[in-house]
Design a binder for this molecule. Structure first.
Ligand SMILES: Cc1cc2nc3c(=O)[nH]c(=O)nc-3n(C[C@H](O)[C@H](O)[C@H](O)COP(=O)(O)O)c2cc1C
Length: 192
C-alpha cells in the first residue's frame, strides 16, 4: 500500500491549516492510500544545534521525538505539509523539524548515500494559510524553505495551496473551494 506522511505544523488545533490538511488526508484515504499524520506541536523536537554529528553516519545524534520520524520520510511515497505563515515563514515548530533533516543533507552530500533505496523519489505538496488579505511575497519565504526541504528528501514539489485572508481560527471551513482543492491535492498527490 502507498504511504503519505501528512505533517501538521501549526500550534493551533482545529485551525485553518488543520482543516485543510484533514481534507487533503481524506482525499488520499479515498484513493486507498495509507496516511500517517504527524502533529508536530505534540512532539518534542529540539532545534538543530549544528554539532556536525550527522556528518559521521547521516544520522542525527539528538535523542528526542524526531528519531521516530526519519523512517517515515524514507518510507513515504508522498509528503503533505501544512503550516500557517508566521512572520513570512513557516511556524517555529515546523522549522525545527525541517532543520533536523540536515541529517538527510549530510547523508546525501557528505556521505553520498541515497535517501531511499533504489533512488526512489516521492511527491510533496505544501498547504499554507495566512491572515493578510493578499500581498506580494506573502508565501515566498515559506515556499523557498519547503522547496529546499523537499529537495533534500528527494521529493518533488508537485504543488501548493496558498490561502490568504484567514485570520480567525477555523474560518477556512466556510470556503468550500479551498476545502475541495485540499481534498483533490490529497487524492492526486501520488499521480502527479
Ligand atoms: C506568531 C504569528 C505570526 C503570524 N505572522 C503572519 C504573517 O506574517 N502574515 C500573515 O498574513 N499572517 C500571519 N499570522 C496569521 C496566521 O498565519 C493565520 O491566522 C493562519 O490562518 C493561522 O493558521 P492556523 O489556524 O492553522 O494556525 C501570524 C500568526 C501568528 C500567531
Amino acid at each position: 500500500m502507498k504511504k503519505i506522511v501528512a505533517i501538521f505544523g501549526s500550534p493551533r488545533a482545529d485551525g485553518n491549516s488543520d482543516i485543510l490538511l484533514n481534507h487533503a488526508i481524506q482525499g488520499a484515504v479515498s484513493d486507498g492510500v495509507e496516511v500517517q499524520k504527524i502533529v508536530v506541536r505534540d512532539l518534542h523536537i529540539a532545534p538543530c544545534n549544528s554539532c556536525g554529528g550527522c556528518f559521521e553516519k547521516g544520522v542525527c545524534v539528538i535523542r528526542d521525538d524526531m528519531q521516530q520520524l526519519y523512517s517515515f520520510f524514507v518510507e513515504a511515497d508522498g509528503i503533505i505539509i501544512a503550516s500557517p505563515i508566521y512572520f513570512m515563514g513557516v511556524s517555529a515548530q515546523l522549522k525545527a523539524l525541517i532543520d533536523r533533516c540536515q541529517a538527510f543533507w549530510a547523508r546525501k552530500y557528505i556521505l553520498h548515500l541515497p535517501v531511499r533505496e533504489g533512488a526512489r523519489t516521492a511527491n510533496g505538496f505544501f498547504i499554507a494559510t495566512a491572515a493578510r488579505s493578499s500581498g506580494e511575497e506573502l508565501f515566498t519565504g515559506a515556499i523557498k524553505t519547503m522547496k529546499a526541504f523537499f529537495h533534500v528528501l528527494d521529493t518533488k514539489y508537485v504543488g501548493d495551496l496558498l490561502c490568504c485572508g484567514l485570520e480567525e481560527k477555523g474560518m477556512v471551513s466556510t470556503k468550500r473551494h479551498l476545502l475541495e482543492k485540499a481534498f483533490d491535492a490529497g487524492k492526486q498527490l501520488l499521480i502527479w
